[in-house]
Design a protein around this ligand. Sequence first.
Ligand code: ADP
Ligand code: MG
Ligand code: MG
Length: 930
Amino acid sequence: MTKWVYLFNEVERVEKIAGGSWDGVKAIVGGKGAGLLDMTRAGVPVPPFFTVTTQACNAYQKAGKFPKGLWDQELNALKQIERKTGKKFGDPSRPLLVSCRSGAKFSMPGMMNTILNIGLTDAVVDGILRNSGSARFAWDAYRRLIEMFGTVVMDVADEAFERPLEELKHRKGYKVDIEMKAEDWEQIVGVYKKVYKNETSQEFPQDPYKQLELATQAVFRSWNGKRAVDYRRATGISDDLGTAVNICTMVFGNMDQNSGTGVAFTRDPSTGERKMLGDYLLDAQGEDVVAGIRNTDSIENLGKFMPVVYRQFMGITEKLEKHYRDMQDVEFTIERGKLWMLQTRNGKRTAKAAVKIAVDMAKEGLITREQAISRITPENVDALLHPQFDDVAMTKAEKEGKFLAKGVNASPGAAVGQIYFDADTAEKMAKESKQATIMVRPFTKPDDVHGMIASQGVLTSEGGATSHAAVVARQFGIPCVVGASAIKIDLERRIMEVNGSSVREGEWISVNGTTGKVFVGKIPMSTPSLEEQTELMTLLKWADEICARKDIRSAPKGWPRRGLQVWANADYPKDARRARSYGAVGIGLCRTEHMFFEPERLPIVQRMILSKTSEGRTEALNELLPYQRKDFDGLFEAMDGYPVIIRLIDPPLHEFMPDEEKLFEDVVTMRVRGETVGLAEKESLLGAIKSMHESNPMMGLRGVRLSISMPEIVEMQVRAIFEAAADCTKRGIVVKPEVMIPLTGTAKELEWIQPRLVRIAKTVTEEKQVKFHYKFGTMIEIPRAAVTATEVAVLAEFFSFGTNDLTQMTYGYSRDDAERNFLITYQEQGILEKNPFQSLDRAGVGKLMEWAITNGRATRPDLEVGICGEHGGDPDSIEWCHMIGNNYVSCSPFRVPVARLAAAHAALKHRPVPRKKSARPKAAKGKRKK
Ligand code: ADP
Ligand code: MG
Ligand code: MG
């Protein structure tokens, strides 16, 4: 006979069936049931109960009725409870009342409300009154049962019960329920019975067993109710788990002033502080505390009124916390001075509390450091490093009607600033007028980036989570809301309008990138700094220690056996300093071309590009050399002791030139107006730009190809790098420059360019008479380079996967076009599971990387391997990099803390299993021999 029902003292039997796994126990009796069983075993006072299994629920779903034996087992269990409590179900003289509580393996809030006071009938109420029980208590409990039973089991609308109660209170001039007297509740019971009859065409069941049966069924049915199904869809909980039913002896917090009910967290769920946080109410039942109908009292005060109960409560909760090794969320009731625990579970908490609790518990010895690391998610860490709005101020702003519009929450964090409708103005106001600015555009393009970087936040009215604005904002850690389509932006009139209200250029707004909401005016916020968050610093230090362990990674000989290091992408010394303070131990990508855009340099760059001869180019480049040297100098100084990878010039040269269309317009206008001053110059410039035109610049003359056709640029860059490195060395700074050649497709390209550059490096170090370690290597961003890694690694001393380009070229997508056009459709249609530009495509791009590492290391066993694409900050991609043998990942400075945690997660997840002594059964051995 299948066992469908477990009694309060049968936890061992469940454990046995579950094979000793607590997760298995939860699967059978649900989370709530498991907690009650466990507490009972530990000697915690829990009212006697029994639990109907999730399997019974599943059997009921299949057959449409109770499975064979279930009802008998319930009746039997009820007998045991009667014996234990000395009360009897349905007996007017000593009535046993029970609650019926649903509880699945995972908590599913709001799936089904608990029904209290089952077992009350007209006869039982009579009995209570006869035995001089409190009349007020009896009628109040009865009306609660009829209402809960009606709404939960029979699907009667809440208002059907609420309305008559409100009417009566109004007639009597009562404001709150506690003013209701015994005869008022008695009257309401009469009304409720009529409501019940009207709504269900049945009498309220006077048979307590019928009540129990129908309530059990209601829990089973609720598993397939709309609320539950929606919740499971949203959270990915499987449909075939089923829910358990807990039938629990009622204890009453509403008996008198010596009774009460409450809820508490063993630590503060918002700050994580080690301090009990809870509320209770005297003379109250069930959910009165959370319902907010009466003002609750804080748990410390219980110590004043009921010191003994309070001490017992503190003792029990401490024990529970130790037992579960986590912060507990408990529910309790006090009946005439006796404490009963009704529920315990791991409490939900904010990111801040999660980190503090994990670190504290590791220090208290409750959990290991590894467990502490595992409990924190990358999202937790991310949430802690973005500026945040003050919760109270946020609610106040909503109340005051400051809400403007909602869009897609593209990049988390809070931003407050004055709005500007184009990148140049936004940048100008930020830099020159030192304003906090927010750039507002219908959408953004690559040439808007300077305005975005200068701004506190970005708001667009078009585009989705993968739009240009969203991607760039995340890269730079700028709070961003995109696709707020209710906003109409008038770029001519410099105004944006939403449903009648308007905001002009220069006015203040607040953008919440975490929720996607936009407000007018300034909402107060605070920017958390990593250094101030001591617990997070500690946690990340532990993460680094895990990664630094020798042999945490199983790998072929010569490959890294420690975990991943985290480096950062940084172009400027200030980014490098931030990266370092966030824990980066190297620069994985410094893009040198940004430096060419600075106002005093661009004209020189343009002159260099336009000159027809190598001499002319060299002359211009010599002017640029001191600037570049200074750039690198600052970078080396900031990263003293750590490697710095500098990428030689990558983009096509036309990016440094004025916009062709705009120039053409100018020329035409000048011609029409007959203006001649400067016309010839503009015309020749236009001609030069036209001649540089490429139909697909992304795949055109750029990267190493450009360097081969114009080696003077990279020669200057390498000279600048090594002169700076030499100077720094002389100043006592430890430099480890690594020169990175971009966009290699064939080893022959390296054979052509690298020796020339190495020669310059040698010359400079000899000239300056200094020695330091340096490397020459390449980016792997063209599939062919990955495929031919065996040859590429002959010259390249390191590989760095440029996974943005590698993804573009492996898929054959142009990123901008893809994200603007079909990528969202592809995700909606399930053709792509994720955006491959955000999370590495393991099956395709990832395989190429794996191949490249394996073959590269076959040529050069100590080949250093990293990744510098946007994927370097994505936890799922980081895990892959760990699995295939990367030495490090490099990401934007803001993502460094997240990456450190993700690297430790990967290391723990894939740590080698210590090999057990052979336990293979003899028979199997014999078979193998044949
Ligand atoms: P939820 O899953 O929504 O937390 P519960 O089953 O825990 O629902 O019930 C909600 C509340 O009802 C409990 O916090 C408790 O106050 C009250 N309750 C449930 N069962 C009993 C009982 N046997 N005796 C007294 N109060 C109960
Ligand atoms: Mg509860
Ligand atoms: Mg690239």
